[in-house]
Write a protein that binds this ligand. Structure first.
Ligand code: ZN
Length: 63
């Protein structure tokens, strides 16, 4: 018996999945503690544009 399998011919290219929304120019998203309003800005907002409440950075809330 002299079998030789040619495994090199069955290569598949690796295709990365990109179904996750991701913006590489990421602005920061801030969420209002009071009313839940989410704003996307580059600079930390001092207060909520809707109610004037305290804002927190959503990207630092991974706990
Ligand atoms: Zn608010």
């Amino acid at each position: 018996m002299n079998e030789s399998a040619d495994a090199a011919s069955g290569r598949t290219a690796f295709i990365p999945m990109r179904d996750i929304e991701y913006d590489p120019r990421e602005e920061s998203a801030y969420e209002c503690f009071e009313c839940g309003t989410i704003v996307r800005v580059e600079d930390y907002p001092e207060s909520c544009p809707d109610c004037g409440g305290s804002m927190r950075n959503r990207q630092t809330t991974f706990e």
